[in-house]
Design a protein around this ligand. Sequence first.
Ligand code: GDP
Ligand code: MG
Length: 177
Amino acid sequence: SALPPPRTRIFKIIVIGDSGVGKTCLTFRFCAGRFPEKTEATIGVDFRERLVEIDGEKIKIQLWDTAGQERFRKSMVQHYYRNVHAVVFVYDVTNAASFRSLPAWIEECKQHALGTEVPRILVGNKCDLQDSVQVGTDVAQQFADAHSMPLFETSAKSPNGLRGGSYRDSDHVEAIF
Ligand code: GDP
Ligand code: MG
């Protein structure tokens, strides 16, 4: 008799960072392959999925992208941090404040038992806005090294011609594996 088909494994990845850094756009690009025409501010949790094949096995990648509203956070935060396989921290390279917020986001993760044992990556988004960069590669790389995370500078909007050479839209997530 035939074996039952293997169950698709699910990888839950949470995408964290200040409001406006591009979390929704990044997850949209990863799951839909393009920049969204129009985004509304996330209310609660945005949830997207993409099926990928890794070493011949189909894996469902679930991206959880939140908004920072206090009311949401109090009620949902426990649920959000449960059974997480990887964490993506996002800042906006044109917004120094979003970079300065990273230690607080990292600390919140730690408080929910997501320390260095969970793969974590750092993503600097909006590199297409080269004239407005406030967070340079050097300082970001130092921060990433200090927290044992790989750094990816990228853009959800414009896939080509960015600092650091070629950029593929899904690198920031697929690199985790
Ligand atoms: P979120 O609050 O972190 O989910 O941020 P959104 O994904 O909603 O994006 C916030 C704003 O930044 C929107 O106006 C987006 O169009 C814009 N945005 C997001 N990613 C990029 C990017 O890579 N480049 C540029 N130029 N704008 C972006
Ligand atoms: Mg959003």
